[in-house]
Write a protein that binds this ligand. Structure first.
Ligand code: ADP
Length: 334
């Protein structure tokens, strides 16, 4: 469990329900998605029908689950939440679909990780509100058609490009969720602080926002750790100073890098002169698995423009030297 990891841990799950915005107006940022989705929902309400299927793409922690709940709330219908990996067999999907009530929202997280047969069943369900349930095996097997009530599927995926085109095409609306700007994260932090009954001043919120990697889930998690610190070591108020001191304790630096991120950069700079160096060599140097470096540390370092993946290996940018306060041995690009 990393403090700056974007996937929810059990601690997050316990508090997130209380922090979720309940309607589109309360949902911070994502102006384009909010406006487009607002129109889709308003039009559906006006027609007195069910909203089109919605695909939400974006990194973990950006608010996809929250938006799906808002869709259900705005349409005044219940919501069922499940995920691609939880649906092993087409039969699992058939039983979920056949138990939906009219207009219900079905939220399918990680929809790109559904099994192939389930995916094919979903095509027909999305288009015709019908599934064929196969009874029996071999030549005697028969398909029994089952009518479904109209429902709204909200699919979530880290990248829309991961979906097979026939599935992607069956969504009436696709919303691309972006990482949040610092000012938007500050609004998330102020809002959450109010709900958690913590006092945070403007500079304190800005300090936490700058370390939150563009992700509301991380902002909320850092806020809780800073609150602990402020209550134990200060008077409970979160200022720039308490936020910075608390996050230093938790080894999250001013730009949101944690110990692992910095170890990777540090090795790249000090042991390999900024690269290029192969991934395996870099991983051995920091005592981690290749996959950990590649999947856990690198994506954020690349996003931040601190590290580049080139055909010759990993290369640090000028910004990496500056961030760790080191002088490059020779002029670097970037
Ligand atoms: P995802 O499903 O994309 O992983 P979630 O919807 O579970 O993300 O959001 C994670 C947490 O971040 C939730 O607790 C939610 O309160 C908060 N959050 C996400 N987006 C927003 C937003 N736009 N405004 C306020 N809080 C948000």
């Amino acid at each position: 469990d990393r403090l700056v990891g974007a996937v929810a841990d059990s601690d997050d799950q316990a508090v997130e329900a209380a922090l979720r915005p309940r309607d589109l107006d309360e949902f911070v940022g994502q102006e384009r998605v909010r406006e487009q989705l607002g129109l889709v929902l308003q039009a559906a309400r006006k027609r007195g029908g069910t909203a089109d299927h919605v695909l939400l793409s974006g990194a973990p922690g950006l608010g996809k689950t929250t938006l799906s709940m808002i869709i259900a709330a705005e349409m005044g219908v219940p919501i069922r939440i499940t995920s691609g990996p939880a649906i092993q067999h087409a039969g699992d999907l058939a039983s979920i679909l056949s138990s939906l009530t009219e207009g219900e929202v079905l939220f399918l997280d990680e929809i790109h990780r559904m099994s192939r047969p389930a995916e094919e069943m979903l095509y027909m369900a999305m288009e015709d509100f019908r599934v064929d349930v196969i009874v029996g095996k071999g030549p005697g097997a028969t398909a029994i058609p089952l009518e479904l009530p109209p429902f709204t599927l909200v699919g979530a995926t880290t990248r829309a490009g991961l979906l097979p085109p026939p599935l992607r095409d069956r969504f009436g609306f696709t919303g691309h969720m972006e990482f949040y700007a610092p000012a938007e994260l500050e609004r998330v932090i102020h809002r959450s602080a109010g709900l958690l009954d913590v006092v945070v001043d403007a500079a304190g919120a800005a300090e936490i926002a700058g370390r939150s990697r563009g992700t509301p889930r991380i902002a909320n998690r850092l806020l809780r750790r800073v609150r602990d610190y402020a209550q134990v070591r200060a008077d409970g108020t979160i200022t720039r100073q308490t936020a910075a001191a608390a996050l230093e304790v938790y080894e999250v630096d001013a730009r949101g890098l944690d110990r692992l991120d910095r170890a990777v950069l540090h090795a790249l700079l000090t042991l390999f002169g900024g690269g290029p160096v192969g991934l395996s060599t870099l991983a051995v140097a920091v005592g981690e698995e290749r996959e950990t470096v590649e999947e856990v540390a690198e994506p954020f370092l690349v996003r931040e423009g601190l590290l580049a993946r080139t055909p010759r290996g990993r290369v640090a940018t000028g910004a990496a030297w500056a961030h760790l306060g080191l002088a490059p041995p020779h002029p670097t690009g970037g």
